[in-house]
Design a protein around this ligand. Structure first.
Ligand code: CTP
Length: 407
């Protein structure tokens, strides 16, 4: 996030508000965005006015609020194509299950949906609904469809819901929405003309045709880095172990791998043409020495224990450290204890320029979460950052590398 008071000056945002109880919370978001200098055009879905008024939002945004294709007062046309082209960002918040479903299926029976289909800018969606509606496979499938279109989903909050129930489905908090908007709009093509290689996710080391040794990495940090680097203008090669994620940006070339050896082979093959390499993958240090060709059966003669012999995998980052010419190398260190000490050791052992440390001693950091708390460590610096969403962490890491190494 930019620290200047008018960080969003001149940025044009269309805010789509749909008919959910959380719509009133967007007053605070609009006030905040205006304070940062953004221009905001608000569009209501047909049901939004059941929950909030056009008068309050048009007063705050200093523009009329649109909801119809035609204005009933003067007969003029609200041109959805022009609106779709005008915006630097389309934010739909709160987005109900109904609007979400229509967007996921390309439906177009109101002005907001027409603008969504016409928009050429990044689209962010902050869903809000009751927990069972959110958990329904239909909603989940719609969300992953929208992600596969390149739309960014702002994760729902977890807690008290309007129904009196409690769980996942609340509109993300104002600060979270603001962080997503800021992160998206404050990029300035810093990485234009640069090649960035990112490793992400876990590796799976097979034992037999049905089993593997893996780890809990979700890949979220690596994918957030890839998306952000691409938004900042880079051509990104993303080498990913098995995850459920889909990269969002067209400038990301995704190469899927399973094992550490495959990741090593692809990474080293692509290494020489890179300007920046970020090793965010949680690579298995060891793999089974022998992979059984058939499923390993329970062997009663061996009693209650079983031995698996493991052999060392190649260290991708360390090998790149040996071969580097002028590439900038960033490694991650996930530690459970003595984080700073181990991170410093990894910096020199792997000949990296930066180690990003996250320690499981910090709540909200590490695997599977949408947030992370990191320390950026170089030869000279040691920077502690607060807990923040992984998209924002990605921006901080990339901005740090740009300022310190690639400017
Ligand atoms: N790494 C890698 N290849 C490996 C192991 C690790 O490229 N075979 C990279 C990771 O992607 C990460 C960094 O090295 O960027 C540190 O990984 P980590 O597992 O924390 O370090 P290790 O060297 O494996 O040390 P240890 O497990 O003993 O902490």
């Amino acid at each position: 996030m930019e620290k200047t008071p008018q960080a969003l000056k001149g940025k044009k945002i269309i805010l789509g508000i749909t008919g959910g109880i959380a719509a009133y919370k967007m007053h605070a978001v609009v006030r905040h965005l205006k304070k940062l200098g953004a221009e905001i055009q608000i569009i209501f879905s047909p049901c939004a006015e059941e929950f909030v008024t056009k008068l309050s939002f048009s007063t705050m945004s200093e523009r009329p609020v649109y909801s119809e294709f035609y204005s009933s007062e003067d007969g003029s046309w609200n041109n959805h194509v022009e609106l779709g082209l005008w915006a630097d960002l389309l934010l739909i918040a709160p987005c109900t299950a109904n609007t979400l479903a229509k967007m996921a299926h390309g439906m177009c029976d109101n002005l907001l949906l027409a603008v969504y289909l016409s928009a050429k800018c990044p689209v962010m969606i902050a869903p809000a609904m009751d927990l069972d509606m959110y958990a329904h496979p239909g909603t989940q499938r719609n969300l992953s469809n929208l992600e596969s279109f390149g739309n960014q989903i702002i994760p729902v909050g977890d807690g008290a819901l309007a129904s009196g129930l409690s769980g996942k489905g609340r509109l993300a908090e104002e600060e979270v929405i603001m962080e997503y908007v800021n992160t998206s709009l404050s990029s300035k093509n810093e990485f234009k003309g640069k090649n960035v290689l990112i490793t992400a996710g876990p590796t799976h080391e097979p034992l037999d045709p049905v089993r593997f040794i893996g780890n809990r990495s979700s890949g979220k940090m690596g994918y957030a880095l890839a998306d952000k680097a691409a938004q900042m203008g880079a051509m990104v090669t993303l080498i990913s172990g098995p995850t459920n994620l889909v990269p969002q940006h067209p400038n990301i070339k995704l190469i899927n791998v399973e094992t550490a050896q495959e990741m090593y082979d692809v990474a080293l093959k692509n290494f020489s043409s890179q300007d920046l390499v970020i090793a965010a993958a949680a690579v298995a240090d060891y793999r089974p020495k022998n992979i059984a060709s058939q499923k390993i059966k329970k062997n009663i003669e061996n009693g209650d224990s079983m031995q698996i012999e493991l052999i060392k995998n190649p260290d991708i980052l360390q090998e790149m450290g040996k071969r580097k010419t002028d590439q900038i190398l960033v490694g991650f260190a996930l530690e459970t204890t003595q984080g700073l000490k181990y991170a410093k050791e990894k910096l020199s052992k792997k000949n990296a320029d930066v180690i990003v440390l996250n320690t499981l001693e910090d709540e909200g950091a590490g695997f599977g979460t949408d947030t992370n708390k990191i320390y950026i460590i170089t030869e000279k610096d040691q920077l502690a950052l607060p807990l923040m969403p992984k998209v924002h962490v990605a921006q901080e890491i990339l901005t740090f590398c740009h300022h310190n190494f690639l400017k």
